[in-house]
Ligand binder design. Structure first.
Ligand code: NAI
Length: 413
């Protein structure tokens, strides 16, 4: 019988942008050694050339995967974004040619949570202001407006992956935790849900945002809502830059309504380290405010990079080894068990009526016994996985390739 499942040594992998070495280690451990690494990103023209013959591509946020790059990719079967966002990839074009895209949405949750807790402590002690004053030669030793976080109330807006981690860390330091989310969430530890955002704002000494960017969270913190925060409280945002009206926040800090703020994300962020950072929160009139500004580094730690390397490489290995697309950002999600002893056929097709009927007709006409079958579709693409006895796989694969609407097929064993 012809051997059609691609030898791992023949699977060519290209990793761009200096992806953390944990990715290569993970790929090697799984038997993938045909890996080329490039430290920087490539232009569209360079990538169109370089991508030929590549089966698996790893990128970070700077490499643009345009529809031209997708068209130029003759062998590509999967893309791993070794980062959180996937805006740099044309997800429609990749889906159209049956290429699943994977990323690492949760590898840096702990990093963000730790920063938020540290900021809560520093802000309630007035440290940003004291430190800035000392750099100017001012010694202001006083306990005024300096508080412990123990027994204070933390209000978490958005009780998802990061919000819940912040909740656990805050309780372990003796804080009371309240939260507000648009969907019903089971509280962790002794945290409890508030009926509304306004109720949370009125109760919390520290308010921290962990929401996604949606039309509903855009400018969620208006001047009116900031005015509804407890006097002397502090505000932290390490979620998305559009959530807070920064002019209103600057005014609330100037007036003394808020004790301080820590902001990691901004509506308009410099595109590179060479561009100036412009914001109403920057020192104005030589005033030294109790404000911590950080350049969108909430999730940027060495540990997060290590985790991202492992998480994305594992997803690519799993897809290549057994066809599983769980947690792909653009593809129908199919979770698959191992298939010892049998051969596995992967069939990616346009989601048009009749394809599944046609597939099942082939198996029935050829009297091929289906050991297991999995199907998932989204509005554009259908993904069928069929396990069959080894002696039938070649003929079944040849037949499947003829089905109208087929985008691509693979055989695994
Ligand atoms: P998640 O999706 O796990 O949690 C978000 C939560 O917010 C969900 O529970 C959702 O129901 C809730 N939510 C949505 N709309 C809401 C609204 N209008 N009001 C209240 N709750 C609402 O997301 P995750 O992983 O916890 O990330 C949270 C945010 O942190 C995201 O915006 C993400 O982009 C950002 N982030 C920032 C990083 C940084 O470097 N500063 C690093 C990683 C994530």
């Amino acid at each position: 019988m012809a051997k059609t499942s691609l030898d791992k040594q023949k699977i060519r992998i290209l990793l761009l942008e200096g992806i953390h070495p944990t990715a290569l280690e993970t790929l090697n451990r799984a038997g993938y050694h045909n890996v080329e690494e490039v430290s920087g990103s490539l232009s569209e023209d360079q990538l169109c050339e370089k991508i030929q013959g590549i089966h698996i591509l790893g990128i970070r946020s700077r490499t643009q995967i345009t529809s031209r790059v997708v068209d130029a990719a003759d062998k590509l079967m999967a893309i791993g974004c070794f980062c959180i966002g996937t805006n740099q990839v044309d997800l429609v074009a990749t889906l159209g040619v049956g290429i699943p895209v994977f990323n690492a949405p949760f590898s840096n949750t702990r990093s963000v949570a730790e920063l938020v807790i540290a900021e809560a402590i520093l802000l309630l002690r007035g440290i940003p202001q004291k430190s800035a004053l000392m750099h100017r030669g001012v010694w202001q030793k006083s306990a005024k407006n300096s508080f412990e976080i123990r027994n204070k109330t933390l209000g978490i807006v958005g009780y998802g992956n990061i919000g819940t981690q912040v909740s656990v860390l805050a309780e372990s330091l003796g804080m009371h935790v309240v939260f507000h989310d648009v969907t019903a969430k089971l509280p962790i530890g002794r945290a409890h849900a508030m009926a509304s955002l306004d109720e949370l704002l009125a109760a919390a000494d520290v308010v921290s945002f962990h929401v996604p960017e949606t039309p509903a969270t855009r400018m969620l913190m208006t001047a009116e809502r900031i005015a509804g925060m407890k006097p002397g409280s502090v505000l932290i945002n390490a979620s998305r830059g559009t959530v807070i009206d920064l002019d209103a926040l600057a005014a609330a800090l100037d007036s003394g309504h808020l004790l301080g703020a820590a902001v990691d994300v901004f509506p308009k962020e410099p595109k590179s380290n060479d561009e100036e950072f412009i914001s109403p929160l920057r020192n104005h009139d030589n005033q030294v405010a109790n404000v911590l500004l950080t350049p969108h580094v909430g999730g940027s730690t060495v540990e997060a990079q290590e985790n991202i390397g492992v998480e994305v490489a594992e997803k690519l290995v799993t897809y290549s080894d057994n066809g599983s697309t769980v947690a792909s950002v653009n593809f129908p999600s199919v979770g698959l068990p191992e298939h010892p002893g049998s051969h596995r056929l992967l069939h990616i097709h346009q989601n048009i009526p009749g394809v599944l009927t046609e597939i099942n007709r082939i198996f029935s006409d050829k009297s091929i016994n289906i050991l297991a079958q999995y199907l998932q579709t989204n509005e554009k693409v259908g993904y069928v996985v069929i396990d069959v006895e080894q002696q039938h796989s070649s003929i079944a694969l040849a037949e499947l390739q003829q089905v109208a609407g087929t985008i691509r097929t693979r055989l695994l064993f």
